[in-house]
Design a protein around this ligand. Sequence first.
Ligand code: KIV
Ligand code: ZN
Length: 556
Amino acid sequence: MPTPPPGKYRPFRTVVLKDRRWPDAVLDRAPTWCSVDLRDGNQSLAIPMGVEEKLEMFELLCRIGFKEIEIGFPSASDTEFTFTRRLIEEKRVPEGVTVQVLVQAREHLIRRTFEALRGAKRAIVHLYTPTNPAQREIVLGLSKDEVRDVAVKATRLIRQLAEENQGTDWRLEFSPETFVLTETDYALEVCEAVSAAWGASAQRPVILNLPLTVEAGTPNTHADQIEWFCRHLKDRKAAIISLHTHNDRGTGVAATELGLMAGADRVEGTLFGNGERTGNLDIVTVALNLFSHGVDPGLDLSDLPRIREVYERTTRMTVPERHPYAGDLVFTAFSGSHQDAIKKGMNRRAKGGAGALWDVPYLTIDPKDIGRSYEAIIRINSQSGKGGVAYVLESKFGYDLPKKMHPEVGNLVGAVADRLGNELSPDEILAEFRRGFVNLASPLALLSFDSDPLGKDRVLVRAEVAWNGDRSVLKGEGNGPISAFVHALLAQGWTEFALSDYRSHALTSGEESSAAAYVSIQTKDGRMVWGCGVDPNIELAGLKALVSAVNRSLRA
Ligand code: KIV
Ligand code: ZN
């Protein structure tokens, strides 16, 4: 790539704010959220939402808990106008929800906007005017004073129409477009002139939306501009300071968070960051970032998969796999060391109960809090480790493998993933585990078995077995069925080993009313080999585990 041609791009300049306070602020409460999915989000779509899709999205936004929703630009198209009328005439706006509509500072558009909103209980008229130098000079060809006067004149008309249309609780929002590229003192001058024309007061505050229309600087410069603006505003109480960030430099979320630290009250954005170019601010991420610090975001995101489904269907957009909180892979670990840490964290948590501090390594929040399952937490491919395989076998199928067995099982399953060069599903992992470890019956097979007590702590076993297909009946004594069977086997001289470990448990999921047993043996050449047995009878499960271990030890 060439170096930037000299003089083609300029450095970003921000306000001078030497005693900035925002770096010490802590976000400990949620802002007022305003969804602009149905306007900014919609206007960026290759195929904009139709009226029915907008209705479905509107209902979703209300269910999530948005109290302010920008529903469109009704003076701009018939679809937008019709949608606004349907919401009002069909009484679809729930109590407590305010609809917001966008309009330019042009008389006929403002009048049409009021027609669209006739009969609404509450409405925010969102007036915007480009104020940044490039737009003033290149697009509008107006001076600073002329641009300010356009905004003031439009505000006066909105105020007059609001007074003529009693019965609706009218509010005004004003956006000096591309606030961050506008001279900050000039943006302040225009906003104060608009506030005065609206008659803003603490009881009737104006919403001053300071849009980061196109991201141009680092998030700290945005915060400086917001703090400067808040501190220089004559009557801070007469204004609600709103943020409207976009994501051109990939830092829309950071810019919003720092802007809130700098004193803003309100945030505009969309679900999953849909919007022009690289998108609007992703409200879901900012809200869940707050949630992850124990702050109630005031939005119900407890069924994020459903929210995503409606979003993807109505917008025809897709949420990428790595998208914060919502992407398919964001709660998934493939790497062995991550899996191991997650497994340990989840096990510790299981002991602590639901209210215990969320401290699971690599997982920012409990996936269940947003309707995601634990199933995807650990997925197995060639990068995965023993802990991950054991986690899947336990969490999905109920096999609580002894820790010392994890490496042997993990190596076998990992080698299969490596060979296939692919991810293994939980069912495939189970199949490999069964094929490699469970109820193995060659060269040794246990055909039938019974035992008799021989006084205290001693049993006699009789086992019918097949060795390479040849049947025989073995007898042996021991302090339990397994040790008695070991003695019977060793007496044949087919193979030499020593029993080294044994444990069993009921299988709580998957194989109904079965037991699983795990046996390890030490071979003559010093290898430790594990086997597993599964049977409704726990004693037989143990014997099958021993047979499996013996058979594994005889495989190459
Ligand atoms: O990004 C922007 O500046 C806008 C305005 C209309 C607020 O969407
Ligand atoms: Zn925007």
